[in-house]
Write a protein that binds this ligand. Structure first.
Ligand SMILES: N[C@@H](CCC(=O)N[C@@H](CS)C(=O)NCC(=O)O)C(=O)O
Length: 249
């Protein structure tokens, strides 16, 4: 197989790439790592991705890392069924969205995700174990240190909610004038933020999506893409794995 995606079903960064691969109709081998076994921190994986995170794309065996970089790489190598504008100015607008999404909502969603789902794995660790666990993470040492054993404090949760809400408002204002985040065509910018929105809903943060009618229309359009269903296979939501998070319909 020409393309292999080393990833995790419920990793939001992996979902960005899966959305693109499915939308572009590119077959790929789906290799899932085991986070609990720390597969992503083992020497053989760190040789491919020294950041110790997923996803990693292997293209004919060569690694490409970082989800947004992978998305743009796929555009360059497989330009059929494009997911980027054909002119430099609009591509710059798309990239500005990518950078904003990486810096603001992608970082913000980690706080409620860890508090609701993942921090439970650290609750019974000693201080030394907490520090050693944080020190193992090439990209996220400070993040794991500040989470500690109890999860993030209320002020961090509030700050994260504010950043998520500001993202929705900014999107709603853009989507008042265009079908997608960059003009009339779906692009990488839209797919970059989809996993954060899906995670917000999964965690019960959908109240942050209220009163945003243009955003609501966009979200319905995203959900009607076949690529969306093909990406959100069983195990792709934290509530599929941590069943105490599942809400009754
Ligand atoms: N900038 C990287 C970030 C990737 C990232 O943070 N991946 C998360 C899952 S969404 C991960 O592998 N976390 C592992 C960990 O926290 O140990 C990208 O976009 O690929």
């Amino acid at each position: 197989m020409e393309l292999e995606l080393i990833n995790h079903n419920y990793s939001t960064c992996s979902q960005k790439v899966r959305l693109c691969l499915h939308e572009k109709g590119l077959p790929f081998k789906h290799t899932q790592i085991d986070f609990r076994a720390k597969d992503h921190l083992k020497p053989e994986y760190l040789k491919l991705n020294p950041n110790g995170v997923v996803p990693t794309l292997l293209h004919n065996g060569r690694p490409v890392i970082d989800s947004s970089v992978i998305m743009e790489y796929l555009e360059e190598v497989f330009p059929e069924k494009p997911l980027q504008p054909d002119n430099p100015y609009d591509r710059a607008r798309m990239r500005a969205w990518l950078r904003f999404i990486e810096e603001v909502p992608t970082a913000a969603i980690r706080v409620p995700s860890f508090n609701a789902a993942f921090s439970r794995h650290y609750r019974d660790m000693s201080d030394a174990e907490i520090m050693a666990n944080a020190d193992d993470r090439p990209l996220r040492r400070e993040f794991y240190r500040s989470m500690g054993r109890e999860g993030f404090e209320d002020s961090a949760v509030q700050d994260s909610n504010d950043r998520l809400r500001k993202t929705v408002i900014r999107m709603d204002s853009t989507l008042a004038d265009s079908a997608w985040l960059v003009g009339d065509d779906l692009s990488l910018a839209d797919f970059c933020v989809v996993p954060t929105i899906d995670r917000m809903i999964d965690l019960g943060l959908d109240f942050l999506l209220d009163d945003a009618p243009h955003f609501a229309r966009w979200w319905a359009a995203i959900q009607s893409r076949p690529a969306y269903d093909r990406t959100y296979i069983p195990g792709s939501r934290v509530s599929h794995v941590y069943q105490d998070l599942a809400r009754s319909a």
